[in-house]
Design a protein around this ligand. Structure first.
Ligand code: FAD
Length: 469
């Protein structure tokens, strides 16, 4: 039986482990998808943002009137855009696979890997052993088990397929209220599609700070038809060969939505179920999350896991961080490092954008942790005047004793960029006064939003028990 020093399952973040420091290692790399390179490159972060950018441009006309500008709604040439985006990404994916196939020390296996025992993997009819194994199998869109779905299957999409459709539909129903639903709602409504977002909970972007998510919900509802507290009950063929989506609300009242296509964006499932983890005795939670310690080791010391399949955070920057932990620990087993999950930021590239790091206000309340808060509107900084901004803000939460930031939340233009100095401050332990007054802030640039929010914290009313000190 063929033997390797290292076997990696999954060509997303797992593939990045293999750099020149592994030139002396024999490596097996297994990928079951004909498209090489994982979710981020092929059907996740990157193609979505390549659609978000033109969507941002196409929707500029919505805000132009306030500035005395008349901009017409543009027309999206979807096939051109799709071919441009995937012409570039597919070439990168093919190039990555070719390069790996040509590497002297890496053997690429096409197919689905599963464990035979602690050191043996099966891929199709092949079996091989490895000293060390890395599971980096990611996650996939959760599917819906709803009556009638088979009959209209050709009109039902997930994030895996919607970006490659032939033409823009006239109408799109998006099921879900997380960040993937929010980003696609922005993309398609900006390109002139009539979008309906149906969400079973009462609030979209549920994980976000309460003020941010309610502002986001209000603003999304101005751009698309937003229906909350409704659960999909069935799909039927519509009168014009389209789809009828039947939903019910909390009172059992039934609704019907006719649409050309449906995007199911109701969450992700971790890809651990096909791995036969039992055969090796690898621990996994009921939700499919492989159990790892801070050094990314499973309960077997020679088996590591990283990224969506094992992480609490299904985000590419987290998968990359964990990949570097695994990489180091493979190369330096006597001086292992741990992953740092203290301040994991996230962003939603919708309109408006949302970005966050650290605790939400509702979490701090729940934990009984004292805090001060400040909210800074874009409309009250000079650049916000230039934009005639409406409705966007930064909200900061800080510890009133140490003046360390506890949470930072931004909704509005460039939120994903504006949040970065706050992530830096939290990670490196800068206090609010140090950060606010220890550096220049370019005037009149957008980061003045952050500067003023920090200054606002220093002036914010302090919790009652501190005032008495
Ligand atoms: C629409 C969308 C937008 C996103 N946008 C963002 C964003 O803006 N920012 C962000 O940080 N994150 C974003 N993400 C999340 C991000 O893409 C993932 O967190 C990240 O790609 C996970 O990387 P990974 O290496 O864990 O898994 P993946 O990149 O998914 O790699 C896993 C690979 O393993 C393969 N595989 C699975 N099981 C097996 C098996 N048994 N045998 C062999 N191969 C197997 C899969 O085919 C896949 O290629 C987005 C995701 C989606 C779906």
């Amino acid at each position: 039986m063929q033997h390797f020093d290292l076997a990696i399952i999954g060509s997303g973040s797992g593939n990045s482990i293999i750099d020149e420091r592994f030139d002396d290692w024999s490596v097996a790399l297994v990928e079951r998808d004909p498209v090489f390179g994982g979710t981020c490159l092929n059907r996740g972060c990157i193609p979505t943002k390549m659609y978000v950018h033109p969507a941002d441009l196409a929707s500029e006309f919505e805000d132009a009137g306030r500035l005395g500008l008349t901009l017409a709604r543009g027309r999206a040439d979807w096939p051109q855009m799709r071919d441009r985006i995937f012409g570039r990404l597919d070439a990168i994916s093919r190039g990555g696979l070719d390069w790996r196939r040509r590497s002297r020390n890496v053997t690429v296996f096409d197919g689905e890997a599963s464990f035979v025992d602690e050191h043996t993997l099966r891929v199709g009819d092949k079996q091989f052993t490895a000293d060390k194994i890395v599971i980096a199998t990611g996650s996939r869109p959760r599917t819906l088990d709803v009556p009638g779905i088979e009959e209209v299957a050709h009109r039902i999409h997930t994030s895996d397929t919607i970006m490659r459709i032939d033409e823009l539909p006239e109408r799109l129903v998006i099921l879900g209220g997380g960040y993937i639903a929010a980003e696609f709602a922005h993309i398609f409504t900006s390109f002139g599609v009539e979008v309906t977002v149906i969400h079973r909970s009462d609030v979209v972007l549920r994980e976000m700070d309460e003020d941010i998510r309610s502002a986001f919900g209000e603003q999304l509802a101005k751009r698309v038809r937003l229906r909350v507290n409704q659960q999909v009950a069935a799909f039927e063929e519509g009168p014009a060969g389209d789809v009828s989506v039947i939903t019910t609300d909390v009172n059992g009242v039934e609704y019907e939505y006719l649409t050309d296509l449906v995007l199911v964006a109701v969450g992700r499932e971790r890809n651990s179920d096909m791995l036969a983890l039992d055969a090796a005795g690898i621990g996994v939670r009921a939700n499919g999350q492989i159990h790892v310690d801070a050094q990314q080791r499973t309960n077997l010391p020679h088996v590591f896991a990283l990224g969506d399949v094992s992480s609490d955070h299904l985000l590419k920057h987290v998968a990359n961080h964990e990949m570097r932990t695994v990489q180091h620990n493979l190369l330096h087993p006597d001086a292992p490092v741990s992953s740092d999950h203290r301040y994991v930021p996230c962003a939603v590239f919708s309109k408006p954008q949302v970005a966050a790091v650290g605790a939400t206000e509702q979490q701090l309340r729940e934990w009984g942790r004292p805090y001060v808060k400040a909210t800074q509107r874009y409309a009250d900084i000079a650049f916000g005047w230039a934009m005639e901004d409406e409705g966007h803000f930064a909200k900061l939460l800080a510890d009133p004793h140490s003046w360390h930031l506890l949470g930072a939340h931004i909704i509005g233009p460039q939120a994903s960029t504006l949040i970065q100095p706050l992530i830096q401050a939290m990670t490196f332990g800068l206090t609010v006064p140090e950060m606010a007054r220890g550096q220049y802030w370019i005037h009149p640039a957008m980061p003045e939003l952050v500067e003023n929010a920090l200054l606002g914290l220093l002036d914010a009313p302090r919790p009652a028990e501190l005032e008495r000190d």
